[in-house]
Design a protein around this ligand. Structure first.
Ligand code: GDP
Length: 301
């Protein structure tokens, strides 16, 4: 089920519960929960998370004689509890430790993720985001694995008027990353974004390369780019990357179109890492800052 439909289903389930004139409040809550949990599972949200959300909502709505509250208060409670629990799904509670770039300082941001996840596209999007806010931004293409990766980054960078660094001849990505960061640091760039190689699958060579690049460029922030349309696989993928790259933030891509999104949402919980931006299209401006509450608000319409 795509995210827009998920939002509608939950919205309707809550509305039905609010307009339910039945005397049996427990039945009203359970009917609502059945629809919400089915919709979340069909959107690929992990079953453990769905089950704990169900238990929490049920406890909050039915404990301590809540049956006896006046209907108007019960209705308010239903809305609040469902909303808060949905926010909990996408909120890793680490929002306040999110990296804040500092002006007049070299902030190095390294991107990791599988090939096709939207890494290169998101690098440019983030570069544009910071450039718009007055930072001096440079892009480094340390992807020497995929033929055409440098050209792609270069084209995006030129379109966005962002200075870039890469090499057609140097095969060692660690060297390219190190040279690019050194060059931009020397020229007093404030945000230096390093795009690294992806692979089609998680494999040892990729993780080894990430660790080496990371130790050389010493990023202030490592971001994992995660394709929201891959469903349940997102959780395991994020865990594997977390073990070797220890990223501090996630960018979820392809949240437009047919993304189910639930698998990626589960990845947040699995790695306890905040989503900082979402990609909502192929264009460089299709990029939104992520906040758990406004995301859920929008989802519910
Ligand atoms: P990389 O291999 O991880 O560097 O991935 P790319 O940046 O080359 O992206 C792979 C494909 O996904 C390209 O066709 C992008 O245009 C597309 N893409 C990236 N982000 C988004 C997004 O947020 N929404 C949509 N619809 N497409 C995206």
């Amino acid at each position: 089920m795509v995210l827009a439909d998920l939002g509608k289903r939950i919205h309707n389930a809550v509305n039905n519960a609010l307009s339910d004139t039945e005397d049996d409040y427990t039945t009203t809550v359970d009917t609502m929960l059945k629809t919400i949990t089915t919709a979340l599972l069909q959107s690929d949200v992990n079953i453990r998370l769905v089950s704990s959300l169900r238990t929490n909502i049920r406890n909050e709505l039915l404990s301590n004689n809540k049956h006896n509250l006046p209907p108007s208060q019960r209705k308010k409670l239903i809305q609040k509890v469902v909303f808060d629990e949905l926010c909990n799904l996408v909120d890793c509670k680490e929002q306040d430790v999110i990296f804040q770039a500092k002006k007049k300082k070299a902030n190095v941001i390294m991107f990791v993720g599988l090939q096709g996840s939207g890494k290169t596209t998101s690098c440019t999007k983030l570069a544009v985001y910071y450039a718009k806010r007055g930072f001096k931004v440079g892009l480094v293409c340390a992807d020497t694995f995929r033929a055409g990766a440098f050209d792609q980054l270069k084209q995006n960078a030129i379109k966005a008027h962002i200075p870039f660094y890469g090499s057609y001849t140097e095969p060692n990505p660690v060297k390219v990353a190190s040279d690019g960061v050194a060059k931009f640091k020397k020229e007093k760039f404030e945000i230096i974004i390093v795009d690294t190689s992806g692979r089609h699958q998680q494999e040892e060579a990729l993780f080894q390369e990430m660790v080496e690049i990371s130790s050389v460029v010493q990023p202030n922030q490592t971001i994992m780019v995660l394709d929201a349309s891959i469903g349940q696989a997102a959780e395991q993928q994020a865990k594997a990357f977390k073990e070797s790259a220890n990223f501090g933030a996630i960018i979820l891509t392809k949240m437009d179109g047919h993304a189910k999104g639930g698998g990626a949402i589960s990845a947040v919980a699995a790695t306890n890492t905040p989503i900082i931006f979402i990609g909502t299209g192929e264009h460089m401006h299709d990029f939104e800052k992520f906040s758990p509450r406004s995301f859920i608000q929008k989802l519910l319409g």
